[in-house]
Design a protein around this ligand. Sequence first.
Ligand code: ASP
Ligand code: MG
Length: 406
Amino acid sequence: MARLVQKFGGTSVADVDCIKNAALRVKAEVDAGHHVAVIVSAMAGVTNQMVDLVNQMGELPDAREYDSVVSSGEQVTAGLMALALQDLGLMARSWLGWQVPIRSDTQHAKARLMDIEVEEIGTRLDRGEIAVIAGFQGIGADNRITTLGRGGSDISAVAMAGALGAERCDIYTDVDGVYTTDPRIVPKAQKIDKITYEEMLEMASLGAKVLHTRSVELAMKMGVRLQVRSTFVPDDGTFVVSEDEIVEQQEVSGVTYSRDEAKITLLRVSDNPGVAANIFGPLADANVNVDMIVQNVSENGKTTDLTFTVTRTDLKNAVSVLEAHKGEIEYDNLTADDGVAKISVVGVGMRSHAGIAQKMFQALAEKGINIQVISTSEIKVSVLVDEEYTELAVRALHTVYGLDAD
Ligand code: ASP
Ligand code: MG
């Protein structure tokens, strides 16, 4: 009989009724013949409360005690879920990270998983017992509780599915899948049936925040098939799988946007070896993440202009770093603009279809939208535009790549 991992996020276990409802979703899989391991998050809002309590104890808390406090929400849900399952006549017990054990490194509050011993859980699963496992937590070599970083229970679920050799890892949440774009902007957006890990990673880092990025990376590495689905409706969700499972490749699978963008231009930067290093070195030291970069060839061989983007929250910091290093960098002038948005089209189909970028530029031109910066990867084309055109651009692109629902 096949093993299955079902993970329930905070909104799926928000209160006792929700937990009972989630337990029914588990029962349905057990009745369908699966051996199930359940991973739970804390009830919605609980982890935030815990973080808040820790912060009230003072600045710079001991991260080991932070972990001890903030991991507690999952303990509560795991116990309650086991009770709900028992109530349905099923065999179930709760497991904390250290009881499994789920081993991590000792970087408290942002630990990385090392390995999971699944022997005992595996034996019990095979006997028909359901394992309800607290997500988000592990145990370090220092024998203390660790947490994996906020939103980390997705990572727990994928790692457990990999270790158990599960047929699939279902991530239950409050949306019914991954959409071709934001339905609030494009009412004709459609739920995607199947998407590749790589596309999901691009979409996730671009703002489609249904799955923790690290969990998708891990699923790709371990070959764990994922499904993002709703706890509240019975339908299939979106499957996140490897590329060879997708028979017919679309040109573009999704259109994403991000308003958390700002553009910095350095005018008349001296055109010498080492200049880019002088600019981006201090920014990296100041923890500023740089995204798109364009530099022109210089006309006179002496100076050139350089434009790049950072997040809006980093803009002030970036500007002050650049001003402080004006001497080494040698530029004339700096301009900053936070009225921009990044629009991207994503699809593994780009590897096999030509002209996808051109189609994007054409569609934007027809709407009179000026492109300020362009960047590409193997499966993504991004453009920076004036923020006020965000919706217009997303809609136009969604239509032009044939993604609108009928
Ligand atoms: N409860 C944790 C958090 O809120 C982990 C999770 O929900 O994935 O960050
Ligand atoms: Mg969560």
